[in-house]
Design a protein around this ligand. Structure first.
Ligand code: ADP
Length: 425
């Protein structure tokens, strides 16, 4: 049974196909396919050793029956040769592949692992992976358990190259470490960022000039053009807002941390309520509920901009007569800033994509209410920089709750304020 399975072409053929697809697809899916291939390869190794173990006595005892012995030998050789093929295919994969045993010792690695991760053969076989990747971001990630893939970190052996790494468990507490060179993607992303930032910057001055001249024109001079002038002013203001939002996003994207300032929540919340009332102009009932005295550690300007986007959305997407509640409350392990409205709501299918740039549920509704389609992207970036997350709950026709959830490390109560004051005299 076992020997028939091993002698069958199906499994090795499927492995080779997966391997080639993995290389060809060239994405994370590719990496996963390659990983699956390698796990299959390992399984074959285990099966083969079982097979050898089981068949050796058979081979010896059946030495008298020559044809049977020859047949088994031919099969064994064929399987061994396919195994060598698979192994050399895995060896030439462009992604770094390292097999680790249950105690994090290196069992095997391919050529790309030598190049990208700096492993050396045969020196590093059997050594602890953390020792080999010492002082790299990868080592810290492995030490923390590597539960999530690690994106875009400097390659241990190449300061100018970036890798994305994944750790896959298999077999009995063994692991497969995969690392892919993503330098070209990082470069493309950088080009995209620079392009958006430069275009926005270049558009700023001409727009300011156009806007300035439009303000100088008096509709009373040419009454028949008054509606045209109004529309031109509204559109130039909207373009100006899009450019400002794009510049804000570019700045947030290039930042990897925010200032650790004390953001005083009580005055901030009071000013958000005023903003909501000014935007609503009496069309909504706006309430403010402050349930905790925590302040936040972070950037006052960026947090104000994020919270204010949520408040402005609540006003813009809630019909006249609706309710808007702003709340600041403590949670089990942090605090939560929430804006709840009784507005149009959002169908579930859209929720996951709302923080993408220019993603809108209804373009006309967004445009009519003066939206740029960038507000929630800004919110997401600001929250990421504060290690906080955005939670969105919504029901069409009933309303939505957008909440910013902060962990306790970002909060300041009376005691922490003194500590922080001590660190920053
Ligand atoms: P916009 O400038 O278009 O409002 P945002 O990024 O702020 O851009 O929001 C993205 C989309 O999410 C909006 O176009 C709108 O469709 C939806 N949205 C955001 N907030 C709300 C809300 N409170 N109620 C209903 N829909 C909302």
């Amino acid at each position: 049974m076992l020997d028939r399975f091993l002698a069958s072409w199906r499994l090795p053929a499927a492995c080779i196909a997966l391997l080639l697809m993995g290389v060809a697809v060239g994405t994370l899916v590719g990496a996963t396919l390659s990983a699956v291939t390698l796990v299959a390869l390992l399984e074959i190794v285990v099966l083969l050793s079982l097979f050898r173990h089981k068949t050796r006595p058979m081979l010896q005892s059946s030495a008298s029956t020559r044809p049977e012995h020859d047949r088994l030998m031919t099969r064994t050789r064929r399987i061994a040769s396919r195994l060598r093929d698979l192994r050399s295919a895995a060896g030439t994969l462009p992604d770094a592949v390292v097999l680790l045993d249950h105690s994090w010792h290196v069992r095997w690695f391919n050529h790309a692992a030598e190049d990208l991760l700096g492993l050396k053969r045969p020196r590093d076989r059997g050594r602890l992976i953390e020792d080999l990747l010492r002082n790299s971001e990868l080592a810290g990630w492995l030490a923390d358990g590597a539960r999530e893939p690690l994106n875009d970190v400097t390659a241990p052996n190449h300061p100018n190259r970036h890798v994305t790494a994944t750790l896959l468990p298999f077999g009995s507490r063994q692991r497969l470490l995969l690392a892919r060179d993503t330098s070209h993607l990082t470069r493309l992303e950088q080009i995209r960022r620079d392009f958006v930032a430069n275009v926005s910057h270049e558009l700023r001055t001409p727009l300011t000039v156009i806007h300035g001249y439009l303000e100088l024109l008096d509709p009373e001079d040419v009454p028949e053009l008054a509606p045209v002038l109004d529309e031109m002013r509204a559109q130039s203001k909207r373009m100006g807002q899009i450019v400002e939002d794009l510049l804000t996003l570019s700045r947030l994207e290039t930042q990897d941390h925010v200032a650790d300032e004390q953001v005083q929540m009580v005055p901030l919340l009071a000013s958000l309520r005023k903003e909501a009332e000014a935007l609503s102009q009496g069309r909504h009932a706006v309430t403010l509920d402050i349930g905790t005295s925590y302040d936040v550690l972070g950037s006052p300007k960026d947090l104000h901009s994020a919270f204010s986007n949520l408040v402005s959305n609540a006003v813009r997407y809630t019909p006249t007569g609706g309710r808007i509640a702003i709340r600041w409350s403590a949670t089990e392990d942090g605090a939560r800033f929430a804006v709840q409205d009784s507005g149009f709501g959002i169908p579930a299918a859209h929720i996951a994509r709302l923080t993408e740039r220019f993603y809108r549920v209804s373009s006309s509704r967004s445009r009519d209410s003066g939206g740029t389609g960038l507000g929630l992207s800004i919110v997401k970036h600001v929250l990421n920089l504060h290690q906080a997350r955005l939670s969105i709950e919504s029901e069409p026709g009933k309303g939505s709750t957008f909440a910013c959830v902060f962990g306790s490390e970002r909060l300041l109560d009376g005691t922490r304020m003194q500590e922080v004051a001590g660190h920053h005299p």
